[in-house]
Design a protein around this ligand. Structure first.
Ligand SMILES: *C/C=C(C)/C=C/C=C(C)/C=C/C1=C(C)CCCC1(C)C
Length: 247
């Protein structure tokens, strides 16, 4: 097993912040007895729980491998545990947005399918060692999934959210924009980091992913779960929106 380098400081900070976020969400949802609002708590609590475990494993050096590559002397240090984390947490984040928008099953399925496609092809980009061009090609395939995903977020999911009462639509808009902004940074960090063109060292790449992960999961969760009244309103309209949206 490879020992993590100085970047492990960011992994420990990430572990602590994800664990604190999970505990805070559990505390906020402890006395929640409304089943529809409970759904948001259940989905949102699992996100930092999974991420905390992934960060802990990476900090311990478990989620880290060294890949020998033909185009440079030094091996690539790859934290593969990230992709196991993202495979579960990114669909859960999308499920939160979809529940808020009152999306129907087809829209939820489309979003999650695109998302899994993005993470799996991104993982292939990360572990393939034939050539750097091949890695960038898979990065491009993953980014194509991502662009279609963004399109569904701003078109169909936003149209469904627009049928929700005012507050719900506003909260959806805020969380959707936060998601678009933060998620767009991931392929950029990958490309300039050690997985891609290695313009940024592993230390700073790890810091960048940690800040993005904490904001996209814990920050996102706080904005969502503190709006209890809004989650309540989302319940009333959800069955309606699901049956009347026929685009
Ligand atoms: C909590 C974790 C989140 C929100 C992770 C999001 C990750 C992405 C949006 C990753 C996207 C990538 C591409 C679009 C291209 C290939 C490399 C990836 C996997 C970093």
């Amino acid at each position: 097993m490879v020992q993590p380098g100085t970047e492990s400081v960011w992994l420990w900070i990430g572990t602590a912040l994800m664990a604190l976020g999970a505990l805070a969400f559990i505390g906020m949802g402890w006395r929640e007895d409304d089943p529809e609002r409970q759904a948001f708590f259940i989905v949102t609590i699992f996100i930092p729980v999974i991420a905390a475990l992934s960060y802990f494993s990476m900090a311990m050096g478990f989620g880290l491998v060294e890949l020998a590559v033909p185009w440079q002397e030094a091996a690539l240090d790859i934290y593969w545990a990230r992709y196991a984390d993202w495979l579960f947490t990114t669909p859960l984040l999308l499920l939160d947005l979809a529940l808020l928008a009152g999306a129907n099953r087809n829209t939820i399925g489309t979003l999650i399918g695109l998302d899994v496609g993005m993470i799996v092809t991104g993982f292939i980009a990360t572990i393939i060692t034939t050539s750097q061009a091949m890695r960038i090609t898979w990065w491009g395939i993953s980014s194509a999934f991502f662009l279609v995903l963004l399109y569904v977020l701003v078109s169909r999911l936003s149209a469904q959210a627009a049928t929700q009462p005012g507050d719900v639509g506003d909260l959806f808009g805020t969380l959707r924009n936060l998601t678009i902004l933060l998620w767009t940074a991931y392929p950029i960090v990958w490309l300039i980091g050690t997985e891609g063109l290695a313009l940024v060292p592993l230390y700073w790449e790890t810091a960048a992913f940690m800040v993005l992960d904490v904001t996209a999961k814990v920050g996102f969760g706080f904005l969502l779960l503190r709006s209890r009244g809004t989650l309540e309103a989302s319940r009333v309209e959800t069955p309606e929106a699901a049956t009347t949206t026929t685009d």
